[in-house]
Design a protein around this ligand. Structure first.
Ligand SMILES: [Zn+2]
Length: 105
């Protein structure tokens, strides 16, 4: 740990680390691209299958854009290591970060 880091810690000025995972969806109706964030610690609900330990996690997000206000429902499933294992989207579809950033033709 360098002196600067030590001083920073001393004054409590830590840089917050964003642990969120960002996803990008496109609305099937109006084509709007919307970004949303999943917090792997707060948003995930454990799934129990007769075990004491969670066998996986699930998160459902309702994403609403600015254009048509039609909610897009995104369900993501994660394994017990909080790695994504499945996704389903109603009212839209997931796109890549590159697609999200690309200029519309
Ligand atoms: Zn829309």
């Amino acid at each position: 740990m360098g002196v600067v880091d030590w001083l920073r810690r001393l004054v409590g000025g830590r840089t917050p680390v964003d642990r969120g995972i960002y996803y990008y969806v496109r609305c099937d109706k109006c084509g709007e691209k919307i970004r949303f964030r999943v917090d792997p610690l707060w948003d995930l609900s454990p799934v129990y299958e007769g075990e004491d330990q969670a066998s996986g996690y699930v998160v459902t997000k309702r994403v609403v854009g600015q254009k048509c206000f039609r909610p897009i429902e995104v369900s993501l499933t994660f394994d017990r290591n909080r790695k994504e294992s499945g996704r389903s989207v109603t009212g839209g579809h997931l796109i890549s970060a590159e697609e999200f950033a690309a200029e519309e033709p």
